[in-house]
Design a protein around this ligand. Sequence first.
Ligand code: CA
Length: 485
Amino acid sequence: MMVCCFSFAKAQTSKPNILVILCDDLGYNDVGFNGSTDIITPELDKLAANGAIFSSAYVAHPFCGPSRAALMTGRYTQEIGTPYNLRDDGRDTRSGVPVKETFMSNMLQDAGYYTSAIGKWHLGDYPEFTPNKRGYDDFFGFLGGGHKYFPEKFQPYFEKQKQAGAYPINVYFTPLLHNDKEVKETEYITDAFSREAVRVIEESKVKKKPFFMYLAYNAPHVPLEAKEEDLKVFENIKDLDRRTYAAMVYSVDRGVGQIVKALKETKQFENTLIVFLSDNGGNFDHGANNYPLKGTKGDTFEGGFRVPMFMHMPNVIAAGTHFDHAVSALDLYPTFAYLAKTNLPKGKVVNGKNIWNDIKSNTSPHKDEMIYAWRYREGYSDVSARKEDWKIVRMGNEPWQLFNITKDIGEHKDLAGQFPDRVKEMVDETKLWSKKHITPLWFYSQADADYWASGRFPGFEDTFEIDKLRMSPKEYTEWTEKQKK
Ligand code: CA
């Protein structure tokens, strides 16, 4: 008996718990550990300081749904047909991330983990696409792309709409779910998600299994709604949007404090890898600050998809590590496979790589490898491709620009004219990658669908015509006018 129990305990500690804390639209400069001077995040800062802070962490897409699809599948979202958000007006679309793409949760569940998803889902709300069907033993949260924060406000509205037989009902108002059951929530939902995370941490200890938790706060995504107690902390911030946003980030930080306490009390803190990041850059129309990065959520400038990130694991990741090499959220899938001592699912394609040893030795995991971001706009594409110090970017149908992103993090000095060969080489490599894009499985709007149906989109050929794109603004306007005729 003793032998049995001892071996079991040993086997248990050999696989670390994995806790992913994802924020929604959190700006690069909106946490203390990345230099925020007005938003305080003491709990996050403590973890960051005792682990590794990643200054060049990229998500695979500059907005919500596609970024999450990439995180869960380890694949560029354009390669699996999920580059658009699911619509959030509540209409039944029957769409979701294809089930043939095995989620990291499936892999970890198969590797013996107790798996949970808490918070925002946004990967499909039709039954086959919901968290319990995608490798999560436990789910608490909402299935749509965003949500109101105060139950006393969203619940009565939803009930009224439902009784009136309204269709569709905007997903921001739907009841929270625990697995497939509607719950009558009473707390501010950021607090509810922290509470549920604590519950799952306690449960997983009893289950004697390592846990994988995907804690996806929708804070500080709009609507900007904060508790009075959190707003009071930021009375010095005059701008109301910024103050509310700050209070929302602070509510996440309070929650992280409770989670750390629960991990310590259940003696799981030492054996838990905590990964904190945002799903995309901050939206500067809604209180965020991406300084020193250029651009906002949705852009392929750095502000769109370079995110605040840290990893914490005591005695494994050295405290005080500053990791400045580029990493991608796509790397998490294979890295977690390594930590869980399991193989990638059979036939699984991933676009990232296991970066665990590079993190520990502070070496670049992506030498000579491109990290991409590509957003389909209406009739053209915003694109970014980074390799080590260099980054090409195309934004707003303007010509390609080139930056030394290590020296010029704010993308101020376009060096494309100075290094045309480098631009061409990087554009050509991006063009090769674009051939792997497939037609999207759904569209957020009819306009998007029409662009694709018309054959004018994604406009790959236009995207890669460097010479044409180097025209002066005047020449370019004349050229586009001519195309319309
Ligand atoms: Ca987002």
